[in-house]
Design a protein. Structure first.
Length: 411
């Protein structure tokens, strides 16, 4: 099987995902991704005519992110008409799934050079814009599996696992602390570029906009639980609340303890990321310098009501395919959709917390749904080089009860 090399990656800053308040809210998602594609081309020097496809994750494929945002971004970037684009949706795992599909194309020999990544403008195309509801709005499915919002699932996991409000707040405060150190030491400098307003040419944003470096466990403790009211909402066929629907599957939980807040959950942001994947032949022919290579790829499913537990089986599957153990991994990027997700994964796989999300995560930096997986992979590559380490595993929980994991090795 052909080796898939990660040549390089580029990302935008993460802008606050609020209409007219975030610095990137005035930039169309096609333009956001288009500028990212051009930054990737500038960094790598790749011959754009040789790019066979642009595979892009995007969750809310509606409105301005509909009509194949990948192809339209290629056109917005002014790339050759011969370069195709495809958009995919695996919920929060979309960006890493795009990388995986690109790597599969190269590893199989079907493709030589592919651009992958993701984009999400949550200020312009908010969650729910596709009108699908919680579970695709399928009445027949709901009779068998009534999925609940992810915040309820996160609090259910915390209840079952015994993670307290203090536990999740402590993790969130550490995420903010690590992100602040990373920003202060310039850890994101090479990864990130300044996004420009396409109308004026002026810089719209040149830094991550979501981090709150003064956050402490004391300030987090002041926040109210975010999903109490949602949990009490009567959504079931017989008037059951969302909490009751979740507990019908997990009665041994007793009562859901609502511990997640806006401060220990991922932030809503705008952003885009692009990653160049190539085989050895093209790498040598174009004088490209690989930074890492793909060791293994995996997805795994889990029960869809609790929903967010699949990073564990996905990681185990990826480790098995690579012939590795969890202890063999130098660095981990576990998406901080909610604090309980990395906490549970760390516990399940017996990971040293010092190896996890060393530059902070989505709690501090934000979670631009379709782009996050690619951003985490880029961060992993950067941190392997900065810390002189060799291997990293990137994993995300995914809506509907799924997980995705990719293992990379530094070149």
């Amino acid at each position: 099987m052909t080796t898939a090399y990660i040549i390089d990656a580029a990302r935008t800053p993460r802008g606050r995902g609020k209409k007219d308040k975030g610095a990137l809210s005035g930039v169309h998602p096609q333009e956001l991704l288009g500028q990212t594609l051009n930054e990737l081309a500038r960094k790598t020097g790749v011959d754009k005519d040789t790019v066979e496809d642009v595979v892009i994750g995007c969750v809310s494929q509606a409105q301005e992110q509909g009509a194949c945002v990948a192809r339209n971004a290629v056109l917005a970037a002014g790339w050759p008409d011969s370069v195709t684009g495809v958009s995919l949706n695996r919920y929060c795992g979309s960006g890493l799934q795009a990388v995986s599909f690109g790597a599969m194309g190269v590893m199989s020999g079907a493709q030589d050079l592919v651009v992958t990544g993701g984009v999400e403008s949550m200020s312009r195309v908010p969650m729910g814009s596709d009108g699908a509801g919680i579970d695709g709005n399928n009445e027949q499915l709901r009779k068998r599996v009534f999925q609940v919002p992810q915040g309820i699932s996160a609090d259910l996991i915390a209840t079952l696992e015994g993670f307290t409000r203090d536990d999740v707040d402590a993790f969130a405060a550490e995420s903010q602390k690590r992100a602040a150190i990373a920003i202060e030491t310039g850890a994101f400098t090479s990864a990130m570029f300044a996004v420009k307003d396409p109308a004026t040419g002026e810089v719209a944003l040149d830094r991550d906009e979501h981090p709150r470096p003064t956050t402490t466990t004391a300030t987090l403790a002041e926040l109210k639980p975010a999903f109490v009211k949602m949990g009490a909402y009567p959504a079931g066929p017989n008037g059951e609340t969302l909490d009751q629907l979740a507990l019908a599957k997990y009665p041994h939980a007793g009562a859901i303890q609502h511990v997640h807040t806006a401060g220990n959950s991922s932030g809503i942001v705008d952003g885009a990321c692009a990653v160049l994947i190539a085989n050895e032949e093209v790498t040598k022919a174009q004088g490209l310098k690989p930074r890492a290579k793909i060791r293994s790829l995996a997805t795994a499913g889990a029960e869809p009501i609790i929903m967010l537990t699949a990073p564990t089986p996905a990681s185990k599957r990826a480790l098995k395919k690579a012939g590795m153990n969890a202890s063999d991994i130098d660095l981990w990027e576990i998406n901080e959709a909610f604090a309980v997700v990395p906490l549970q994964t760390i516990r399940n796989l017996e990971i040293d917390p010092a190896k996890v999300n060393v530059s902070g995560g989505a709690i501090a930096l934000g979670h631009p749904l379709g782009a996050t997986g690619a951003m985490l992979l880029q961060t992993a590559v950067d941190e392997l080089e900065r810390r002189d380490k060799n291997t990293a595993l990137i994993t995300l929980c995914i809506g509907g009860g799924m997980g995705i994991a990719v293992i990379i090795e530094r070149c």
